[in-house]
Design a binder for this molecule. Structure first.
Ligand code: ADP
Ligand code: MG
Length: 309
């Protein structure tokens, strides 16, 4: 920026350079970003453009960086994740910066990560992708369904989710990781929650006053993955007031929820009907299961235990 500034003052009074200044100005004016700014701000005069050329130059360059955005981590802008904006103040063109959409999204995710501790992505699953999924014949069907979901999910319009069940180690969580990664590419945010930890966390949250905030965040996640449902100790309260509330909201808002479980629907229903108060609460378990069944497609994943191979 400095260089242009000093060159600009050196140009004054020199005809040859004056011409070059004009050329630079014309090329700036050709930029679609600057043209749009000028269309929106009709009070901008020719003098204001001449005196604001360094600002216009900076704006054009940074906005073009955004046009070719290489992702937040490799953002080449002066301030990473910040996008320039032009405005007019006291007859001068001024520039200011605001966080770009990627930066805003990252900040939001950091806040959520702080809020919900059971939000997690296991290390090997962080890298899970459909390119690497070994889709042997036993897992083929599940991989297909998972990929289909990831490619077509429309949170807010279609609330249909998935229910992957099968034995320990067959790759249920791995596939969900691949789904989450694919959704991320499409700009859809997914919460992967380890259900037993989450219910424990919610019980503690009552004590520290964070219950409502946590519940709201999980209710509203674009896509929610409840990993390992059925592995938790059931309590009537987590079943009805946590799980039930979350599923009710998500059903009304058409937000998809995905589950993994060692249990099929019937086994999960039985699990959910055991009450910590003793006795069984079949009706309440049935009500939750109806919501889950209504909102998911169930897929059995077969195959050998892949852990520790
Ligand atoms: P589950 O959730 O069914 O208990 P996981 O998803 O944790 O099983 O998978 C067990 C292990 O096998 C993990 O270490 C995972 O990385 C690996 N794995 C599972 N499915 C695949 C796959 N389709 N391709 C490659 N690795 C996989
Ligand atoms: Mg798992």
């Amino acid at each position: 920026m400095e260089r242009i500034n000093s060159s600009l003052s050196a140009w004054q009074g020199n005809e040859d350079l004056q011409q070059r200044l004009n050329q630079t100005k014309q090329s700036l004016l050709k930029s679609p970003h600057i043209a749009q700014f000028l269309r929106e701000q009709d009070q901008v005069t020719d003098e204001m453009i001449t005196s604001g050329m360094t600002k216009l130059y900076e704006y054009k360059k940074e906005r073009e960086n955004c046009d070719n955005c290489p992702g937040l981590k490799r953002c080449p802008n002066l301030m990473q994740g910040y996008q320039p904006e032009l405005y007019v103040e006291r007859n001068h063109i001024e520039i200011s910066y605001h966080a770009c959409s990627l930066k805003v999204k990252e900040e939001k995710q950091k806040q959520e990560q702080k809020l919900i501790r059971s939000l997690y992505i296991p290390k090997d699953i962080l890298a899970a992708s459909f390119d690497q999924v070994e889709a042997d014949s036993e897992r083929m069907q599940a991989s297909k369904v998972a990929l289909q979901f990831a490619m077509n999910a429309k949170p807010g319009e279609d609330g249909m989710g998935l229910y992957f069940y099968g034995k320990f180690g067959v790759g249920k969580t791995y596939l969900m990781g691949a789904v989450a990664n694919e959704l991320k590419v499409r700009g859809i945010e997914t919460f992967i929650i380890y259900t037993p930890d989450f219910f424990r966390e919610m019980r503690q949250a009552i004590g520290d006053g964070s219950f409502q905030d946590k519940l709201e965040a999980v209710k509203k996640a674009e896509v929610l993955i409840l990993d390992d449902i059925g592995a938790e100790t059931t309590s009537g309260w987590t079943r009805d007031d946590v799980l039930g509330t979350i599923l009710q909201h998500r059903m009304l808002e058409k937000l998809p929820t995905l589950f993994t479980s060692n249990y099929d629907y019937d086994e999960l229903e039985r699990h959910l009907s055991y009450s910590d108060k003793g006795g069984t609460e079949e009706l309440k378990a049935l009500r939750i299961m109806e919501r889950i069944k209504h909102q998911t497609k169930s897929v059995l994943i077969k195959g050998e235990n892949r852990r520790g191979r």
